[in-house]
Design a protein around this ligand. Sequence first.
Ligand SMILES: Nc1nc2c(ncn2[C@@H]2O[C@H](COP(=O)(O)OP(=O)(O)OP(=O)(O)O)[C@@H](O)[C@H]2O)c(=O)[nH]1
Ligand SMILES: [Mg+2]
Length: 266
Amino acid sequence: VNRHGTPIQWYPGHMAKAMRRIAEYLEAVDIVVEVVDARIAHSGRNPMLGELAARRLRLLVLTREDLADPQTTGAWIEHYAAQGLETIAADARSQRSAKRLASSLGRLAERRKGRSRAIVLGLPNAGKSSVINGILGRAAAKTEDRAGVTRQLQWFRVSPHVELMDTPGVLVPKISSPQAQWKLAVCGAVPVERYDPERVAAEFARWMLARLSGARAPRLQAFARRRGFLTRGGEIDEHTAARAYLRALQAGEFGRFSFEAPGDAQ
Ligand SMILES: Nc1nc2c(ncn2[C@@H]2O[C@H](COP(=O)(O)OP(=O)(O)OP(=O)(O)O)[C@@H](O)[C@H]2O)c(=O)[nH]1
Ligand SMILES: [Mg+2]
């Protein structure tokens, strides 16, 4: 939600075009690798994918396991496994995860005779390009800590038999629930200029205070005072403080948070 209280409307032209091209390529691939931030293992998925990726081999990668609550991530893996969806939790920057991802992809590819093509899909900033670099074992795809880095669809060769396509992150045309909106913003899927940090920080605080257990982040006011986010008049500069607060939350400085669990009403 932006500062005028209207819902985030983030579906720029390049994304609509990318979504159309992704749908075309989905026809030609055998394997779909869905990359989802483990902290939003429900809202971080693209609801259109079920239909678009039907009859393809599927792998769900829950990235940022290093920032998520480990127990909740385990519960998500069980939840999706029960639906027949192979799911792996990963820190996409680590070699250990890269090895596990490469072997899972290799196993899926072996189920196809001959060549296989895989496509990597997910929200902006979910870690798609990092997953690809891990599997390739080199920094071939550009990665950066902001949404909207990959702009083009691009093939990478993993082995003589396997090719992998990187794609730009796409959001659904309209983010449905207000709950999903702040979570996507906190997880970095929405570019910073598209939402009001004070509102998102307030939504996060409401969520955190309503639950009974789990990590506790400081209140925004306390954080702002401690870090010296003050205006010339000595008042708290809430806007700048809220941006820094969300960056710290996103980087794991307040502990590990999972914003959704399988049992929640979503
Ligand atoms: N802590 C942590 N950071 C990660 C992980 N995976 C990716 N990142 C970081 O998240 C940022 C985004 O990663 P990218 O691989 O560029 O994400 P993307 O999905 O390709 O993003 P777009 O191309 O913008 O859609 C980078 O700064 C990565 O280093 C992870 O598992 N844990
Ligand atoms: Mg990318």
